[in-house]
Design a binder for this molecule. Sequence first.
Ligand code: C2E
Ligand code: MG
Ligand code: MG
Length: 245
Amino acid sequence: IQNKELQLYYQPQYNVVNNEIVGAEALIRLEDKEMGFIPPATLLELAEETGVIIDIGYWALQSACRRGKIWNESGFENLFVGVNLSVKQFFDLNLVSKIKAVIESTKFDPNYLELEITETALMHDTDRALQIINKLKDIGIKISLDDFGTGYSSLSHLKLFPIDKLKIDQLFISNADLQGRDGIIISSILELCNKLNIEAVAEGVETKESLNFLGKNKCPLAQGYYFSPPLTVEKFEAMIASKDN
Ligand code: C2E
Ligand code: MG
Ligand code: MG
C-alpha cells in the first residue's frame, strides 16, 4: 500500500437483456517488479494469514469508492461498484464506522456501492452477521452473496439475510454442461432468485452459448470473459465511453 504497488482492476457486469454495462466489480492486482503479477489468490491467502487483509480491504474500498464517485459524476450516474469483503474484514468491529468514513471522505453515493460477501461470513455467527448486514443496508449499501453454489449454498441464508444480489459461481457456468445437471441447477437457482426478488448474476460467462442459456432462463445480469476480463481503470473507462456513444 505504501509503495503504491496495489491496483484495482474493474470487470464490467452486464444486463443480459439489453447488453448494457450496469456496474463493475473491483478486483485487486499486485505487480511485483521481479515476479510479475502475483495471483490474487496467493496475495489474499497470505494477507489473510498475516492480518493485513483488513488494511488491504479498506484500501480497496476507499479506492473503489473514489473511482465510483468520478464515474457517477462524469456521465455514468447509474454505474455501481462492487467490492469484495473478506470474512475477517466483515467481522472487524469497526467495519460500519470505517465504511461510513470512506463514504464521507469520497462522497460516493452508498446506493451505488455493493459489498460482495461469501457464505462463510454468514456461517459463524448468524445473529451478528444479520446485525452487520442490516446496519450496512441502513446506510443504503447493497449486499451481494458471492460464489453461491460452491460453499454451503444454504437456503436458510436466502431466507434469513436481506441480500440484494446473488452471484452464481462460475463453476456452474464456465465449462458447464448446460444441457445436463449444471443447466438444471442454474435454472433452478434463477427461478428461486426471481421469486425471492433477489437479482441474480451469472459469473464466469465465457461463451455465447452460456449467455443464450442465461437469457432463456431469465438471468438478469452476467459477468465474464465473454464480455470482458477485469480491466485497468483506463481500459474500463475507454470501454464505457465507447458504449455510451
Ligand atoms: P470473485 O469475487 O468471485 O471474483 C471473480 C473472479 O473470477 C476474478 O478472479 C475474475 O478475474 C475471475 N473471472 C471473471 N470472469 C471470468 C471468466 O469468464 N472465467 C473465469 N475462469 N474466471 C473469470 P480474481 O481477480 O483472480 O479474484 C479471485 C478472488 O479474489 C475473487 O473472487 C475474490 O474473492 C478475491 N478478491 C479479489 N479482489 C479482492 C479484494 O479487493 N478484497 C478481497 N477481500 N477479496 C478480493
Ligand atoms: Mg466477487
Ligand atoms: Mg465470485
